[in-house]
Design a protein around this ligand. Sequence first.
Ligand code: SF4
Length: 430
Amino acid sequence: MTSVITEPLGCSDAPILKERGQREVFCGLTGIVWLHRKMQDAFFLVVGSRTCAHLLQSAAGVMIFAEPRFGTAIMEEKDLAGLADANEELDREVDRLLARRPDIKQLFLVGSCPSEVIKLDLSRAAERLTDRHGPHVQVVNYSGSGIETTFTQGEDACLAALVPTLGVTADKQLMLVGSLPDVVEDQFVRLFKAMGIEAVRSFPATERGLAPKVGPGTKVLLAQPFLGDAAAALAARDADILSAPFPFGADGTAAWISIGARAMGVPQARIDAVLETPHRRASNAVAKVAQNLRGKTVFLFPDSQLEIPLARFLARECGMIPIEVGSPYIHGSLVADDLALLPKGPLISEGQDVDRQLDRARDARPDLTVCGLGLANPLEAEGLTTKWAIELVFSPIHGFEQAADLAELFARPIRRRAMIDSMHPARVTA
Ligand code: SF4
């Protein structure tokens, strides 16, 4: 891994509090919500229970007029008790699905807690079904189970499973890894092209036929800090994983793009010339929103693994004071640059023991608490101001154009609380 960050300060050497206890996070199936929007000829078939089906339907909503591109092969009690051949039933379901949906070119068999508990071998099933339905359909498996994982690991597992299917190239190219909304990806590609980099590839691609190739000339720029397994799989295919702060906020985006461009041999003067205007515009837009954030304390519960880069953005560009920055897992090498840029001070924690962490938040009484849905309402009832962490995953937050919107996501609950307090002054002193 190569890095060009030369500012060794901040939280690089901060001790990390590691906790293992009760956790409050979604499971990896949640990633299907954004993955199916990105990969437009893919279908995600969860091999799971009715609980899994309910989770997916409530997270993604039900599309009445469109043909959905995800579903659940529901395992009944007889499957779980080993009284039926789950493989035969799965093959039948897949046959039926693919006969009805010739538009499907990639089929993901997504493992769940129940399929893992009965040790249903989905990798063998994927091989068998690829033999049966290939080359028209490529069948790949990964796990979205909630056993010992957090929800963003679903995308990591999906991309890591796709890496072996990528072709080989020795060409020099820049690969953007992570399923960004199309509008955000287009902004990045435009900026790289303005610097003269034509060979910009996206992984995952919108269609199977557009999947990038990989090899020793590939420079990988990760768009998300939770793609540790995907990065390892790409490194094993001889790609160079670039180390960079993640593209949140004006400065984070400028650093991320610069590192990618420098790795592709673009001179700094040309990078600066292309980035100058959008960087300045984004900084000004963030500064306006940051008026509501400056000097306020923030406590981030572990949720999406975006916490360290977001804390860096909130501290450096919005003037907030992080008290605790919790992350379900810390991929040390991936967030090294963000940790270096995060000003000293906050407690960095990994994993969760939710009761102990809630006690710390109650003691600290931060101005803003970023946490999962299950914790937000009780904390609001206790008078804390909260931000739902899941919104940060479902909203476009990367890049220059989105930098002020990202700051606004944190500013809105603080403004709302100020309004409520002004209407009910008694609450302030309660
Ligand atoms: S995969 Fe596990 S945690 Fe996720 S919905 Fe299914 S049973 Fe629940």
